[in-house]
Design a binder for this molecule. Structure first.
Ligand code: AMP
Length: 418
């Protein structure tokens, strides 16, 4: 039998309810904040990611699914969404309609990382990107929206971590100072860090290798080297978060990986899965639109790890169960035909309905209804139909009542409190 590729997974029908619930919650929230959905292509020219994410990153260096298409052009399955959203924003001149544009997108990303719990090669992200807003209040609003999403999903135990990465004015000076510090720690650093410490010293701060983490005990901090503009920007982000009552932690080692980030960078971290891990990360990326051929528009956004969010959501009691509202159990052939029509009526009126046409005994139909975790069973035998009624049994309380067959969907909605 041909098996699934390592690191990939199917989202199965038993789990889909949580995915849909989270997705719907995010959509409702983002749309009420003025974001609209975009669904960019999944396959792009490889250069898009090389130019935006940076050749020196793990993603571009070793994780992308890149291949030559039949004409020999190098194409890549997107490893993240921002580059594609920006490409689309520029290509369709969205900035020409209104200088401000707020977009969100939900879908799969592909990175050939080492698979482990919570880390897949096809994984899903929920992304929001805001274009054309210079104000630090945008950064605070993005963080606010993220935190509210977790609140709405009852996922607590999360902390917002923030830092500033400066801008092309002040970062080069800091990079030099950092490179000097790293030179003094060179012996203790992993091979990868040694090779990138002069080219890209910031990325060393992000290294997850334990010996590197241990060696870098007191690295210089970007926030001490910010230029006046960046410093003011960051101060206003922090003030706004305080105004919004969003607790946050200043995390001076938070650098996050990609080349195009600038100024505010943030992560939502959780302790729920044991070790500290990030379920969402975001950044300003003021230079990216211009770098990819668009106008010099400021921008910023975030990406939520959807798979990890579902795993956290599933830790809540009762998160998984979502059987049908009503399970129709017709007894005998005549009843089956009538019940088929009622099932259609109930389904069309928004009641999640399952009907069993197997002709099996009531006992075995009840067994199946319980297995499906249905809320109620509607039992209709010949006697009931003759009397113009059916029996509605609540599978949780075991109570049952006779209900009239006229206005069936309205009556059921009332009884099951839909
Ligand atoms: P990034 O695009 O690397 O900033 O990641 C944003 C979020 O996506 C992270 O905080 C993770 O929750 C999630 N994520 C990143 N890589 C993976 C992966 N390989 N598998 C599952 N989730 C991931």
């Amino acid at each position: 039998m041909i098996q699934l590729i390592r690191g990939f997974k199917d989202i199965l029908p038993d789990d889909i309810h949580q995915w849909q619930h989270i997705e719907q919650t995010a959509r409702n929230l983002f749309e009420s904040f003025g974001f609209t959905e975009i669904r960019p292509a999944l396959l792009e020219k490889t250069d898009l990611f090389k130019r935006s994410i940076g050749e020196d990153t793990d993603i571009v260096g070793k994780e992308m699914y890149t291949f030559a298409d039949r004409k020999g052009d190098s194409v890549t399955l997107r490893p993240e969404a921002t580059a594609s959203v920006v490409r689309s924003y520029i290509q369709h001149k969205m900035y020409a309609q209104d200088p401000v544009r707020k977009l969100y997108t939900i879908g799969p990303m592909f990175r050939r990382e080492r698979p482990q719990k919570g880390r897949y090669r096809q994984f899903y992200q929920i992304n929001a990107e805001a274009f054309g807003i210079e104000s630090p209040l945008m950064d605070a609003q993005l963080i606010f929206m993220l935190v509210k999403l977790f609140e709405q999903l009852s996922i607590d135990d999360t902390t917002a971590h923030i830092n500033s990465l400066g801008c092309p004015e002040c970062r080069p000076g800091f990079k030099k100072i950092l490179a000097g510090y790293l030179e003094s720690k060179k012996e203790a650093l992993c091979e990868n860090c040694r090779s990138r410490m002069t080219r890209n010293p910031l990325r060393v701060l992000d290294c997850k290798v334990p010996s590197c983490r241990k060696a870098l005990d007191a690295p210089p901090e970007m926030t001490s080297y910010l230029c006046g503009e960046c410093d003011r920007h960051f101060t206003r982000v922090k003030t706004a978060l305080n105004d919004y009552n969003i607790p946050f932690k200043l995390d001076k080692n938070l650098v996050r990986g990609l080349d195009y980030y600038s100024r505010t960078t943030f992560e939502i971290q959780t302790l729920s899965s044991g070790a500290q891990s990030a379920i969402a990360g975001g950044d300003r990326y003021d230079g990216l639109v211009e770098m990819l051929g668009g106008p010099p528009h400021p921008a910023g956004g975030f990406a939520i790890g959807f798979d990890r969010l579902v795993e956290l959501f599933n830790q809540q009691p009762g998160a998984k169960v979502k059987g049908p509202d009503v399970f129709l159990a017709p007894l005998g052939e005549t009843c089956e035909a009538m019940a088929g029509k009622w099932a259609a009526e109930l389904s069309l009126s928004g009641i999640r309905t399952e009907i069993d046409f197997s002709g099996k005994s009531l006992k075995s139909l009840m067994k199946r209804a319980n297995r499906l975790q249905a809320g109620h069973v509607l039992i209709a035998g010949e006697d009931e139909i003759e009397n113009g009624s059916a029996i509605l049994r609540n599978l949780h309380t075991k109570e049952q009542v006779d209900i009239p067959l006229a206005d069936l969907s309205e009556t059921i909605k009332m009884k099951i409190k839909l």
